[in-house]
Design a protein around this ligand. Structure first.
Ligand code: DPN
Ligand code: ZN
Length: 352
């Protein structure tokens, strides 16, 4: 596993550095192992076990803080402290952004992996808060834990991505996207224009799961298409969802930043056609415990969580690949048969 991740990244590193040192690619092609356990585009596989570890820590935080992790209460502060400490132990410099709400002070957490070109940033985020009615495990412990695992996995590769990857855990989503809106509104226009894409993950382990790809931002069409390709490649037929006003990518859409994301469904009822596509129970909500006290660890479908968590890695890797410059990749792809560098792939017009 380690070796395979390392080989996947050595391919990326070699391709990034090719313009400077062509011999690097030759070295990589002779020493690398084909990325058998990597995702179809060579992206690092995300450990379900690690996602579940973070998720159960969030569940414990809820149960020891009155059963919730909601804005203005101790369970939210403890959630921030947990994610922050994991990131710090991974070597990230973490920024906390405090803002006030009618329910009290809330916090956004931001951490980044600096890129070779720091003037371009890809953001990945989800909300860390939950409702006060329950522990908020599917909504949105799942997205929070998966993004944390992606942040740790990408950091463990020890590479410098071609552009900066910035991870965000938002506060006060449940009060109306307050954290993400605060973040976007307080960016200078120069900072805003550095953000080339925002990827959002909110509810990705629903117990009667769906496989939805956001389709609510025309600027994010290329991101949407990457995610559709990912699901199709792993044998799942995704459907589009129009979630724009309902999660933290909303403020980014309003700011003109390309967005995308995946979703496993909330209170809506799974149709017979959807059950035929994805399994599960027709006529039942994707998440019957949505915003309720039963949104606990048993309210998560681990297969769905693993697939959606891997979607994060896949889309991030694909955007990094595209941001490195096609000519560099094409030169390298001739040297070895790695699935990571699919020369025949149709390029999207997105500019990162
Ligand atoms: N965040 C939840 C909500 O605000 O209702 C559920 C949701 C997540 C809805 C993602 C749409 C997309
Ligand atoms: Zn949510």
């Amino acid at each position: 596993m380690r070796r395979i991740l390392a080989s996947a990244v050595s391919v990326l590193l070699a391709s990034v550095s090719l313009a400077l040192a062509p011999s690097a690619s030759a070295a990589a092609s002779t020493t690398s192992t084909p990325a058998a356990l990597a995702l179809p585009n060579g992206a690092p596989d995300i450990s379900l076990a690690e996602v579940q570890t973070h998720l159960s820590r969030l569940a414990t935080i809820a149960s020891s803080n009155g059963g919730n992790r909601c804005t203005g209460r101790s369970g939210y502060r403890a959630s921030v402290d947990y994610v922050r400490s994991v990131l710090a132990a991974t070597g990230y410099a973490v920024t906390e952004q405090a803002f006030s709400t009618n329910s009290g002070i809330s916090y956004n957490l931001i951490a980044e992996l600096p890129g070779a070109d720091p003037s371009r940033v890809i953001m990945v985020g989800g909300h860390l808060d939950g409702v006060c009615a329950g522990p908020g495990i599917n909504d949105n412990g799942t997205g929070s834990a998966a993004i944390l695992t992606v942040a740790r996995t990408f950091a463990s590769l020890g590479f410098r991505p071609p552009v900066t990857i910035r991870f965000a855990w938002w506060g006060a989503e449940e009060q109306g996207l307050l954290g993400s809106r605060y973040y976007v509104n307080t960016l200078s226009s120069a900072e805003r224009s550095r953000i080339r894409a925002y990827l959002n993950f909110d509810m990705i382990g629903s117990p009667n799961p769906g496989y939805f790809v956001y389709n609510d931002d025309s600027r994010g069409a290329a991101i949407r298409d990457i995610l559709v390709t990912y699901f199709t490649t792993i044998g799942i037929t995704p459907q589009y969802t129009y979630a724009g006003g309902r999660s933290d990518h909303g403020p980014f859409i309003s700011a003109g930043i390309p967005t995308g994301g995946t979703f496993s469904g909330a209170e809506e009822i799974k149709t017979a056609a959807q059950a035929a596509l994805w399994g599960g129970t027709a006529g039942r909500a994707f998440d019957p415990c949505y915003h309720r006290s039963c949104d606990n660890l048993s309210n998560v479908n681990s297969a769905a969580l693993e697939r959606h968590a891997n979607a994060i890695s896949y889309v991030l890797w694909e955007l990094l690949r595209r941001s490195s410059g096609a000519s560099v990749f094409e030169t390298f792809v001739n040297a070895a048969d790695y699935s990571i560098l699919d020369r025949g792939r149709v390029e999207s017009p997105i500019t990162v």
